[in-house]
Design a protein around this ligand. Structure first.
Ligand SMILES: [Zn+2]
Length: 130
């Protein structure tokens, strides 16, 4: 199997962690791909895959995922998916996610409303489900 540098596209060895041609950190690019794949998985037809992707993106504190995840929140009617999303947005914890959480308080769904309120009252990041 042939390997190529993700930056300069020259042929490298499988064991190379740094590209000998351009100095690119190969692992850094692999991780970026992983995040990208998770973001793409948000559109997966299987709900469990979507839920897992949301969960992992929270653990990664992926800021890249914030917009697609908020979009998904608005599209889905599934309360448990919405709860997983709130958890992840809380874990990412950037101003955009906090702003969104404040809007969610107006939700018609009692469970979602309470969860958002709880996250905010506990100072966002200190909130933990389960
Ligand atoms: Zn290279």
């Amino acid at each position: 199997m042939t390997f190529f540098c993700p930056l300069c596209w020259k042929e490298i060895k499988e064991i190379d962690l740094i590209c000998p041609f351009c100095g690119a950190d190969i692992l850094e690019y692999v991780n970026k791909d992983f995040e990208e794949k998770l973001v793409n998985a948000l559109r997966h037809p299987e709900r469990e895959t979507v839920r897992r992707a949301i969960h992992i993106l929270g653990k990664l504190k992926s800021t890249k995922a914030v917009r697609p995840i908020i979009k998904l929140f608005k599209q889905t009617d599934n309360t448990f998916l919405k709860m997983e999303i709130l958890n992840t947005l809380n874990e990412v914890g950037i101003p955009e996610t906090k702003e969104f959480m404040l809007k969610v308080i107006d939700s018609d769904v009692g469970l979602i409303k309470r969860m958002a309120k709880s996250i905010i009252s506990k100072g966002f990041t200190e909130y933990h489900e389960k």
